[in-house]
Design a protein around this ligand. Structure first.
Ligand code: FES
Length: 126
């Protein structure tokens, strides 16, 4: 059964949009449906200070991106990398198993955006 929290994100998605000057960004595509999630991060002091997204995915992808945009804010990068998309889909969102492939796109995008942030930091001159 859908959780109260996820129902609120279905009804009123938050933090949707493109972020200019993101510190990290990622684009992931659902392997089965081909829908895409673009996710953008701001990082301050090793913590996620802002997270935005756009998606052409279904209501599940939108709701999970919205949920994650609030859940991940303030987390250290290590904490965010420890997030498990299927666990969030099952335990925090209450989604049926057939919706998990859509739900995990948001966390996959977050993890790739953190990797992009790490790569950009390495490329910066000291
Ligand atoms: Fe593509 Fe859900 S069907 S994200």
């Amino acid at each position: 059964m859908l959780s109260k929290a996820i129902k609120e994100h279905i009804q009123a998605p938050r933090n949707m949009g493109i972020m200019e000057g993101a510190d990290g960004a990622a684009e992931v595509v659902g392997p089965a449906c081909g829908d895409q999630v673009n996710l953008y991060l701001k990082v301050e002091g090793g913590r996620i200070s802002d997270l935005r997204y756009t998606t052409h995915g279904c209501w599940v992808a939108v709701a999970l991106c919205s949920f994650l945009s609030e859940r991940a804010r303030g987390m250290s990068l290590e904490e965010a990398l420890a997030l498990d998309g299927e666990e969030i889909a099952r335990q925090e969102a209450g989604l049926a198993e057939d919706k998990w492939p859509c739900a995990v796109l948001a966390v996959r995008a977050l993890h790739q955006a953190i990797a992009d942030y790490g790569a950009r930091c390495q490329d910066r001159p000291d």
